[in-house]
Write a protein that binds this ligand. Structure first.
Ligand code: NAP
Ligand code: MG
Length: 488
């Protein structure tokens, strides 16, 4: 497998042209499993370059909005086929760039293609309403129309499926797009854009703006031509962007989480542990819906902690390209620093570190950002490791004495993205469904994972209080209603 070669210099895609930064500088995408492996080099665009991307998208809008919806959908279908054809190559690139294990990268590239197909189909069934009226000689109805230029800003943790979930519904409804990927994962972002271009997307309809947020971030959210910003990332950056957008710019934001799994006294313990490991440690804990708190009934507590530690100790950690590896590296140095800081903090706060938490060294680890997944027991709900998003493989286990206490603790954080309960008691499960403050609720399933065809989003500080993503409702953000009165 050609996993290492000379660093290739890639381009940004602006106004239908491949281009470099007008300042002439670059940044590197590096492999977090082995930082001597530079995966790709990308232009660090300037504020002015990014403004040109927005202006190009604005110029391309009228024609794209007037393009037949069936033609727009056809381009998404073709791009999906190209993604399928190239899945093997793209998955390796994704793993090298971001670190997740190869099987997860393959699944993500497939999911991006499936997402394009889903919106190619759903975009054609976009509908308005008709209304009754006492005026027999009239017809009153709503039309859904595109907004204009949409900016999509995305994180590195799902670097192709999250962009697909934003870009596909934007394009199929007739908007033009300025796409700014995370600077840790520009290559897989470029691959998605290449497929769309090769599938026939006209110049200016999509623009790939690579570069540091400090240069391009402000202009792509506050330029007067930008009608909507769809953002996924940290709550801190989301709030900053939210303050900068104008009254006439729509925002959609998917932000942080502190997702709990509740383990009841009647739970199948083996299953509870499996779900915790899968939700908390897969993707090296770097999923917005990742499990970071286990709230466990005291009667099950000791057995659960012991089984969780045993199962964690069996996980194989290493480069995601190596067969059999289950946990890859953290995605970048700042992630590593954050995780190690929280592990130290948890101990200072008096929680009991029962497993892991240290940086891994030695052959296969020395050049990467590897940590051993950490389990903290006897965590108090007020501790920072029980309140703040860590975004790494650290699970805080908190004992409780009743379902009510568990539910209160589960709700006692500023986030509300995803939550799960493990129980065989359907009545209690349903009390959880009704009482939990989370946008996604699972019973006997992991906190992670969501269907392409179902809505996704959080409550409280996990999302802006606006539009849901994903599924059919994901189209609503990208269209506005016009109410029409015909008289005959
Ligand atoms: P991040 O630091 O907030 O960055 C997200 C994106 O925003 C990147 O493309 C980043 O560009 C850009 N950005 C940063 N500052 C900006 C600014 N001032 N203006 C405009 N753009 C700016 O998040 P991350 O570290 O990539 O991702 C991890 C976070 O994402 C976690 O908090 C996680 O919970 C959240 N997340 C949420 C969901 C969800 O659906 N709720 C899904 C996945 C991840 P650069 O890379 O160039 O800095
Ligand atoms: Mg990287």
């Amino acid at each position: 497998m050609a996993t290492r070669s000379e660093t290739v210099v890639f381009h940004a895609w602006v106004a239908g042209e491949w281009r470099q930064s007008s300042a002439g500088d670059h940044f590197d995408s590096v492999n977090p499993a082995d930082t001597s492996d530079v995966v790709a080099r990308f232009p660090n665009l300037t504020t002015d370059d990014a403004a040109q991307a927005i202006e190009a998208a604005a110029r391309a809008f009228p024609k794209w909005a007037a393009t037949a919806p069936g033609k727009r959908a056809e381009i998404l279908w073709k791009a999906a086929s190209l993604l399928d054809e190239r899945r093997a190559q793209y998955a390796v690139e994704l793993t090298r760039e971001e670190g997740k294990v190869l099987s997860a990268a393959q699944a993500e590239v497939k999911r991006a293609a499936d997402t394009l197909r889903f919106y190619a189909q759903e975009g054609l069934s976009l509908a308005g309403e008709t209304f009754t009226t006492d005026d027999a000689g009239s017809l009153v109805f709503t039309r859904r129309e595109p907004l204009g230029v949409v900016t999509a800003i995305t994180p590195w943790n799902f670097p192709i499926s999250i962009p697909a979930r934003k870009i596909a519904p934007a394009l199929v409804t007739g908007n033009t797009v300025v796409f700014k990927p995370a600077s840790d994962t520009p290559l897989i972002a470029l691959r998605l854009v290449e497929c769309l271009i090769e599938a026939g997307l006209p110049a200016g309809v999509i623009n790939l703006v690579t570069g540091s947020a400090s240069r391009v971030g402000d202009v792509i959210v506050s330029h007067p031509e930008v009608r909507a910003v769809t953002f996924t990332g940290s709550t801190g950056v989301g709030e900053t962007i939210h303050r900068k957008v104008s009254l006439t710019t729509r925002v959609q934001m998917e932000l942080g989480g502190k997702n709990p799994i509740l383990v009841m006294d009647d739970a199948d313990l083996k299953k509870a542990v499996e779900l915790t490991i899968k939700g908390g440690f897969e993707l090296t804990g770097q999923a917005c819906t990742g499990t970071s708190r286990a709230i466990v009934m005291r009667s099950a507590y000791d057995a659960y902690v012991e089984a969780l530690v045993d199962a964690t100790a069996r996980l194989r950690i290493g480069s995601g390209l190596e067969p059999g590896v289950e946990i890859g590296p953290l995605a970048n140095q700042s992630q590593l620093r954050t995780v190690l800081e929280y592990v130290a903090l948890g101990q200072e706060e008096g929680a009991r570190l029962v497993y892991g938490g240290e940086q891994l060294t030695g052959p296969g680890y020395d050049r990467g950002y590897f940590v051993r997944p950490a389990v903290f027991a006897d965590v108090k709900p007020t501790m920072r490791i029980a309140q703040e998003e860590i975004f790494g493989p650290v699970i805080a286990v908190i004992p409780v004495d009743s379902f009510e206490e568990a539910l209160n603790l589960a709700n006692g954080v500023e986030y509300g993205l995803s939550a799960s309960i493990v129980t065989r008691d359907i009545e209690r499960a349903h009390r959880f469904v009704k009482g939990i403050q989370a946008g996604t609720v699972k019973v006997n399933r992991t906190t992670t994972g969501n269907l392409i065809q179902a809505p996704f989003g959080g409550l409280k500080r996990s999302s802006a209080a606006t539009f849901r993503e994903s599924g059919r409702v994901g189209l609503e953000f990208f269209t506005q209603l016009k109410t029409v009165y015909y008289g005959f």
